[in-house]
Design a protein around this ligand. Structure first.
Ligand code: ZN
Length: 76
């Protein structure tokens, strides 16, 4: 009774994906749960931060990164 479209597995944990949302509702598909969707989103953000495109207008991010770096150098 399962069609190929319904046999998705959660990319985060491999469990069967959540059911399709009702019309107008929200579903965490293709994840099994909201939690796994958040985990994947978190990974995605970390990867995009890892790209050294720090020519941003937001100086606070650059300052906090510099502070973290200074601290880790102190610890060594
Ligand atoms: Zn999952």
């Amino acid at each position: 009774m399962t069609s190929p479209a319904d046999s998705l597995t959660c990319p985060t944990c491999g469990a069967p994906a959540a059911a399709r949302a009702e019309k107008g509702g929200r579903s965490p598909r293709p994840f099994c749960s909201r939690r796994c969707a958040d985990i994947d989103l978190g990974r995605w953000f970390q990867e995009s931060y890892a790209i050294p495109a720090v020519e941003s207008a937001d100086d606070t991010i650059v300052e906090s990164l510099a502070a973290v770096k200074a601290h880790s150098e102190e610890d060594i």
